[in-house]
Design a binder for this molecule. Structure first.
Ligand code: FES
Ligand SMILES: [Fe+2]
Length: 410
């Protein structure tokens, strides 16, 4: 596996918890989730500390988003601002997007290219390596002990896997290979083998729903909710779904082209052209807690998702081509990417409305329940049908354990 780890996180986080979380009764049955977790503000605050700022590895970018020296991207995890840079030597870094003087957010653009980063407050300047390269003070202004070297931008832990950038905001992350155990082959397959990608562009959306509703999106609903899926008689090919103990899911299936295309004025949108990787089928990877990769037909899509607030989830759908693609294939990928599976894609656009309706409905008492692929045994299944919602159960078990919710005794 192609990995590299920055183990010298210069400022590991260890935040005190905000507020106190009230008791939550977690049902005995593994296939039931209390609706309160989607709507309680105290639980959202605790999630930031116990999941987002803890020892989980979270996906924040891909190196192809900063292809040239001097390129940068900003991103937010929970409420923590990050700055991802590529320095003059071509090395990619992740920093807290916060000045080491008085903590001002240094960069506000989402992407760009800079020779240096300038803090607007007192004009300290930082290189893409994080180094403090300039302070507008006269001799004697600062304490004698002041040394620029002590004020380089701080970094969380970060690691690279096939070009994907993972960040851990906690103090002691597990080794990344161990964390991703069981899904690394699917990551490689989803990114076309080696992660050698070229960024095409983004669609960005804020869903009016709790982040776990986005994370909980199952395979059961595709042909039932999505009208175009049904009208095109797009049943999907044979496939398998996997889930590991951290609730990370993989789904691999053959690609089965729709049996009818006359509904579309321009059926070329759903044609299959990149035979070298598309023949291997469609691959989806869902990371814990909520980002993912989807390679379907000729579309290579990484979904960078963040829990913005209790009832808002921001998702950046980033679309990619392969480095060796022809101009014609790139154009096709752009058309397919933006029209097929994004937040307003023809076979997925209903998700936004349903996420919001799940959120509205979750303000009622009781539990949400999984049934498709679930048995009465109340044990964690270890195999999943490709359209089963039972594959979401390991996510919830891992979530429950991280959050410290006790199951009620039968
Ligand atoms: S806060 Fe950045 S220079 Fe003062
Ligand atoms: Fe969907």
């Amino acid at each position: 596996m192609d990995t590299a780890i920055n183990s010298e996180a210069s400022q590991a986080r260890n935040r005190p918890e905000v507020g106190k979380m009230e008791h939550l009764a977690w049902p005995t049955r593994l296939a039931e989730v209390p609706k309160e977790v989607f709507v309680r503000p105290d639980i959202f605050e605790a999630e930031l500390n116990r999941i987002f700022y803890s020892n989980e590895w979270l996906v924040v970018g891909h190196q192809a988003e900063v292809p040239k020296n001097g390129d940068f991207k900003t991103y937010t995890l929970g409420k923590v601002p990050l700055l991802i840079t590529r320095d003059k030597q071509g090395e990619v870094h992740v920093f807290y997007n916060s000045c080491t003087h008085r903590s001002t957010q240094i960069e506000t653009a989402t992407r760009g290219n800079r020779k240096a980063f300038n803090c607007p407050y007192h004009r300290w300047g930082f290189a893409a390596t994080g180094e403090l390269i300039g302070t507008p003070n006269r001799p004697g202004d600062f304490p004698e002990s002041f040394d620029r070297k002590d004020y380089a931008l701080r970094s969380p832990h970060y690691a690279f896997v096939h070009g994907l950038i993972f960040v851990c905001l906690g103090a002691s992350p597990p080794p990344i290979e161990q964390y991703l155990d069981g899904i690394t082959d699917q990551i490689a397959a989803a990114l076309g083998g080696d992660g050698n990608l070229v960024l095409l562009g983004y669609q960005k959306v804020i869903y009016r729903a709790n982040w776990k509703t986005f994370a909980d999106n199952c395979n059961y609903h595709a042909g039932l909710l999505h009208t175009a899926f049904r009208l095109l008689n797009w049943s999907g090919g044979k496939g398998v779904q996997t889930a590991n103990a951290r609730g990370q899911r993989g789904h691999t299936s053959e690609i089965s082209l729709p049996k009818t295309t006359e509904l579309l004025n321009d059926p070329s949108i759903i044609s299959l052209r990149s035979h070298s990787d598309a023949q291997k089928g469609s691959v989806n990877v869902r990371f814990f807690p909520l980002s993912g990769i989807s390679r379907h037909m000729d579309s290579i899509n990484i979904r960078f998702a963040n829990a913005l607030s209790l009832d808002e989830t921001e998702v950046h759908y980033a679309y990619f081509a392969r480095a060796e693609d022809s101009e014609e294939l790139i154009e096709h990928r752009v058309r397919q990417a933006s029209n097929l599976l994004g937040p307003c894609g023809m076979v997925s656009m209903e998700d936004a409305a349903v996420f919001h309706r799940v959120h509205v409905g979750s303000h009622t008492p009781g539990v949400a329940v999984f049934l498709k692929g679930v048995t009465d045994a109340n044990t964690m299944p270890d195999t999943f049908g490709q359209a089963d919602e039972s594959a979401n159960m390991p996510f919830w078990e891992y979530y429950r354990a991280l959050m410290g919710f006790e199951r009620e005794q039968p």
